[in-house]
Design a protein around this ligand. Structure first.
Ligand SMILES: [Zn+2]
Length: 379
């Protein structure tokens, strides 16, 4: 994002098309919203409506945009698959309702191009095969078994490096890591998008989607970009050394002034209402169709089922009593009375099942989200 020349308001308007600046008072996220969209719910926190602002700090138009690339059929199928396993779904949780609530949001990402000059040193690891034999007693006698084992030989290596690194992704949002994981990244440092599919930005490419503006400046993202470049350099030096592993890679490099490109990533945000009346977000990667969100079963709905089964159990019990009294007068009623008694017994066992299933599902999913998030954020 080269901003040596500050664009005028008119130039910005021309670049963005009919978009107006807005922000969320709850989470402080800034957006550009299509003029006719009114005051949409904040797609970031879902807890407030966006309010118009006179201007935003970071409103420079992007250079690149990745278009939405998920067909309606794929989107439907992926949403359906995502919610299939949820028992006792809240009333607002269906593929159709999620589709109706779907908003299209572009998220910002920086790409840095920079030259690196310097020296490196590392321990490089080379795989080699060791043939060994093992003596084993098989009951009749000793047999020799040959084994091939891969071991790693470590050797110090050093060299010089002068190279240009292009399109290194760097966060433009404080919540970058959380978003990348939600959109399908297995490692938050690698955005789950094919950035080679990006096209030059034109306001028509937005097609009435909401645009999230960066809340991290390029110079603040540089530290991250530099670490990414160092990782790439380490892998390249490993390949150049014909090694299969590396350790203790140190790069002493000077970097040329980085060139920044702002790229927009396509995402969908939808939501459903939990038992507590709060909206729960469901996020979809607008390029791959990957769906994620917290899965919540409705305890209210499970309660209704438990009550219905309880009422049927009570009715069955009353029938047992009636048949039992009739059985005292006529033997023909004894067998039906016993049969209904057995049914009553199983209904009594089944009545609390919806509550137990829901409680277990919600607890398991809350744990899953916390532990996998923590693991992937540190990884
Ligand atoms: Zn918000």
């Amino acid at each position: 994002m080269s901003v040596e020349i500050v664009p005028t308001r008119n130039e910005l308007d021309a670049a963005w098309g009919a978009m107006h600046p807005a922000h969320c008072k709850n989470c402080r996220a800034g957006f550009l919203v299509p003029s006719h969209a009114g005051a949409p719910v904040c797609p970031n926190c879902l807890a407030a409506r966006l309010e118009p602002l006179p201007a935003l700090q970071a409103d420079a138009p992007p250079e690149l945009v990745i278009p939405f690339g998920v067909s309606d059929a794929t989107l439907d199928a992926n949403l359906e698959r995502w919610l299939r396993a949820i028992p006792f779904k809240p009333a607002s949780l269906s593929a159709k309702a999620l589709r109706a609530n779907l908003a299209r949001i572009f998220l910002p990402l920086y790409l840095a191009d920079a030259r690196a000059f310097g020296t490196w040193q590392a321990q490089m690891g080379f795989d080699y095969l060791v043939a060994s034999s093992e003596e084993r007693f098989d009951g009749n006698g000793w047999v020799t078994q040959r084994l091939n084992e891969t071991r790693v030989r470590w050797e110090p290596r050093a060299g010089e490096l002068a190279r240009k690194y292009e399109n290194t992704p760097a966060p433009a949002l404080e919540q970058h890591a959380r978003w990348m994981l939600a959109l399908g990244a297995s490692n938050w440092r690698e955005p789950p998008f094919d950035t080679s599919r990006a096209i030059s930005f034109a306001s028509e490419a937005l097609n009435n989607a909401i645009v999230r503006v960066p809340d991290v400046a390029p110079n603040a993202a540089w530290q991250f970009a530099r670490e990414q470049i160092e990782r790439r350099a380490a892998r390249e030096c490993e390949t150049a050394s014909n090694a299969q592993h590396h350790e203790q890679f140190v790069l002493r490099a000077a970097y040329g002034e980085p060139h920044w490109t702002l790229l927009l990533l396509p995402t969908y945000v939808s939501s459903y209402i939990g038992d507590d009346g709060k909206w729960i977000p469901v996020r979809v990667n607008g390029q791959s169709g990957f769906v994620s969100g917290v899965k919540r079963a409705s305890l209210k709905r499970a309660q209704r089922w438990a009550i219905v089964i309880g009422i049927i159990a009570f009715a069955a019990f009353m029938l047992t009593v009636l048949l039992g009294m009739a059985g005292a007068l006529n033997d023909a009623f004894v067998f039906p009375a016993l049969l209904v008694l057995v049914v009553t017994f199983f209904l009594c066992l089944a009545a609390p099942a919806p509550l137990i299933i829901t409680w277990q599902f919600n607890r398991q999913n809350a744990d899953d989200v916390r532990t996998t998030d923590a693991k992937r954020m540190s990884g």
